[in-house]
Write a new protein. Sequence first.
Lengths: 228, 221
Amino acid sequence: MTMFETITYQGKSLTCVRGDRHVFVDLNFSVSSGEMLILTGQNGSGKSSLLRVMAGLITQRKGALMLNAISCKLDPVLHRSNIVYAGHQAGLKPLMTLRENLLHYTHMIRGTSLDDGEIEHACEALYLSHLIDEQLRYFSQGQIHRAALLKLMMSRRPIWLMDEPTVGLDADSRTALACIMQQHLDNKGIIIAATHDPLSIEGAALLLDTFQSSKQVTDHWLTDEDAA
Amino acid sequence: MSSFFALIHRDIKLAWSGGGAATMVLSFFLVAVTLFPFGIGSDMEVLARISVGVIWVTALLACLLSLDRIFQADFEDGSLDDIAMSPMPMELAVLAKIIAHWIATILPLVLLAPLLAGLLNLPQEGYSMLMISLFVGTPALSMIGAIGAALTVAIRRGGVLLSLLVLPLYIPTLIFGVGATYAVIEGKDAGPALALLGAVTLVSALVGPIASAAAIRLSLE
């Protein structure tokens, strides 16, 4: 595994509006290489929205995302090509084998083809080696989830955004996942995860409570002034 | 650029795999065209008169059947997020998906058309122009269809709405496509109709990816 270059990813006074409700207002964060940021907060406090904003999939109403002090709005390609997002959906095709899925995914994300050895190596880490040439429709939920986590490793991107990464995993897989995440941090990667699970990962685990950090605006509805 | 071809490759493969739309659409085209001689009877002159129109209209409807597959499956299983995170701009990714749709789903229809034209007693001199007009005109069906597919991607059972959005926009392609072939059969110059058909395709190739990409970005929000 190669080491990533040192980067800093920051969000400055981010405001996200869904429908006509403020999900979070004036939220700030900053993570650097080798750090992990854990998002906590009640259901509906905006953890998933924040992750999608960070990934650039949702546009924030106000505020800015900065990668190495360069605004992500100015250089969206640089932004995208440093980030990989693992949401609730696996994004894998049931009618293709695990190997085909990973090949197509990696080819598209990296823009280069890759050798089979890398896929096999990644599959070993999450106990999926025996299923590598099996179609995904025969996988259990937990196995599909693990396969989706493989995409993070295959992407070779420094910033991992993970939405509830431990849901549906058994104890062994949890340990394996923690091991992979630890390795990513040791390689100077960045992890931002929304989770309630106490993962045993060493290193700087920063906590960001989306609900506490953002100004309390639950009862504050959009006025015409805000919308303008 | 490699991401672009990787996406085309992937989509063509999926279209021809078990759950894909390509075989279904091809079968529909075959069966639907075959119904016309049964319904209209064996009057060779009537069949010859309607042959071009029947093939074009059926190809249009067959294409419509496959449109919702362009983005819907990827939207539902989360792959669209991955596509949005790839290094290429969304417009290029959408273009890749449209090209894959045309190659996997529409091209087989075009190649099958002369066989079915024989069934409908198309006059000898019309064959080459039928093929040319289909090659020039059908890319517009994928380009325009993608806009409708992108707009309705987040709607469950959006198929009917999709048809209502897209079918009226197919009318110019239909008119000039049929017009070019009839012109040749009637011994007239097919040039103007063919030129206009090409123009419709070029305009849709310009507007289609941009409009679809905008609609897809909205649906990911």
